[in-house]
Write a protein that binds this ligand. Sequence first.
Ligand SMILES: [Zn+2]
Length: 389
Amino acid sequence: MSILIKNVLLGTAKTNILIEGKRFKAFGVPADTPAETVLEADGKAILPAFYNTHNHAAMSLLRGYADDMNLQSWLQDYIWPYEDTLTADDIERGSRLAVDEMIRSGSVFFNDMYFDIERTIDVVDKAGTRACIGITVMEMHSKAVEEQKRAFVEQWQDPTGGRIQLAIAPHAIYTVGTQKLISSAEWARKAGVKLHIHVSETAEEVRNCLKEHGTTPVRYLDSIGFLGPDVVAAHCVHLDEEEWDIMAERGVTVAHCPCSNMKLGSGRFPYELAIKSGARITLATDGCSSNNNLDLREEMKFAALLAKCTGDPTLLPAEMVFEWATRNGAEAFGIDAGVIAEGKVADCILVDLSDPRMTPNHHLVSNWVYAASSGCIRTVICDGKIVRN
Ligand SMILES: [Zn+2]
């Protein structure tokens, strides 16, 4: 499989790019280089695709179902009762809707935490994109359910040849007890898969943790040996400076969800501390019911603007937040992509420069973060294959 992308804007210059197999083979090749597929991209720019690092894809079915309420009553009175009624067929439909929306908005990967995961895996396989599929762990799950899940992980073989990986996903410290958190970490490390968890999403979570464990969520998780470079921690809104240092030292990946945090009134991500700590920060939408879409470009803009609400307009420039959504996300999941460079895996999008929102083009990334919409995307390529054109 080969793709020749002709006359495409890369940075500030036009070039011809050859993709062979999964990877960018060469840049600046002659326009008549033979390829199975030729994309004429005059008037378009190439950008890396996006990696959505915290999601509950099938919750796209709950879009608009319960808005404008606080997290605990949103979860307990609306989301969990609704989820109890979902069938595996519903989850497949919800996942398909989510994956379609993500592709249209340039995301070729999502880190998921949900149920009936075989259905979601099948959807991703057929769509040609990527995912890390979390096996949700809750305290209330029976031993039989847990054994089933362990058997699934043991027998797991990626049907896509490298586009799907698994994670063990204990939901949060308020839904999973200490012993189960410890056994989840041991399980993930033995299986060689990631750990995915919600951390310090609300001030109430921190207060309850102080009451129950005498310390804050990050310190608590660190004290039980949970934190490490295999952990993806979603939200991390209420961390103090020392907790950020712990996250950086342990190599934890943080999935920052600005829209979800704003919509649920969870608080403002502490950008200054997070950036200063050097922890790996990535961007995510969270599920559709707390966003209410899966468009990672919107997260880039909201994050960049929310950072500036500190009164410092230099905090979180467009290039940095773009890197959170691209290179950092890919790196966190061991995907050799996230930048447009020879030898890298070809996950990319082509953006229409004739769209008014992309005109004039003083600064491509700045236009993308602050001005564009996902409607400017014309082509999406994942793993060297066109998934939308
Ligand atoms: Zn979540």
